[in-house]
Design a protein around this ligand. Structure first.
Ligand code: ATM
Length: 259
């Protein structure tokens, strides 16, 4: 099932970019993870772009993100690849340690993902956007919407709202939803040894996760592009790359007009 983007590719993050700092600094890691600045203020100073890859397990996001990074870098673009849950914050580490063993209760799990994301927004995503980087993000708050709705019973729209209002998670330029039927995702995962995650990869749950993602793509305000990820990796990457390059070029032209 392939969907067309429901809106034109937008150009956030740029209008007041002329004021933004032109000096690049590596992000300084902050422990005061509660201190996220409201994103609308931050976005005014951001010159970068945020592209998110989402999909059920086995959809091919991680392979696509790796290849995209290479392709964008080969074109001279300043790209950074990030993923959630992070492997750096204490909350990301806790998720990775405990969810694999099925130890987390649903509310605790949702809270940990939110805390890890707050850390990520503060310490990585916003600093990189301010530096003008192109961020390729392998999972973001839409994953909380899709996965944690199935465990907590909270509607995905409420989970997205919390991420937007409580964490001030910046809106992506585009969310690429790599859509595959569950049996395709599971058969791809079958090839990976030691990767079976009891908490997440049960078939019935993945059907619900996929359904939630597709509903989001249709009804949420984010700029979703649904990609039929049954296609080859190269075809998937080409589609995503074309959309990213088009948007990055529009950013550049608009910035020139402002400068
Ligand atoms: P990766 O497979 O992308 O490493 O993500 C690990 C798991 O975390 C993934 N499912 N499995 N297996 C989806 C899950 N996840 C959530 O449940 N909520 C979230 O907010 C995020 C970022 C990931």
């Amino acid at each position: 099932m392939t969907y067309q983007p429901k809106t034109d590719l937008r150009v956030p993050f740029l209008v007041l970019a002329a004021e933004a700092s032109k000096t690049a600094h590596p992000p300084v890691l902050r422990e005061d993870t509660e201190a996220t600045v409201p994103v609308n203020d931050e976005q005014r100073h951001a010159r970068g772009s945020l592209f998110v890859l989402e999909g059920i397990d086995g959809a091919g996001k991680t392979a696509a993100a790796q290849l995209l990074e290479k392709e964008l870098r080969a074109r001279g673009l300043d790209v950074v690849r990030l993923r959630e849950p992070t492997s750096e914050s204490k909350w990301g580490k806790e998720i990775r340690d405990r969810s694999v063993k099925g130890e987390l209760d649903p509310e605790e799990e949702l809270n940990l993902f939110m805390r890890d994301r707050r850390w990520h927004v503060t310490n990585k995503i916003l600093p990189y956007l301010r530096e003008g980087k192109i961020i390729l993000l392998d999972r973001y708050f839409f994953a909380s919407g899709a996965y944690q709705t199935t465990s907590t019973g909270i509607h995905w729209s409420e989970i997205l709202r919390r991420n937007r209002e409580e964490i001030h998670a910046p809106e992506p330029d585009i969310v690429f939803l790599l859509d595959v039927p569950v049996e395709v995702g599971l058969s791809r995962l079958g090839g990976r040894s030691g990767d079976v995650n009891l908490q997440f990869e049960k078939r019935g749950r993945l059907e619900k996760v996929r359904h939630a993602y597709l509903e989001m793509a249709e009804h949420d305000s984010a700029n979703f592009v649904v990609i039929d990820a049954r296609a080859s990796l190269q075809e998937v990457v080409t589609q995503i790359l074309d959309a990213i390059l088009e948007l990055v070029n529009r950013h550049r032209s608009a910035r020139k007009a402002v400068d």
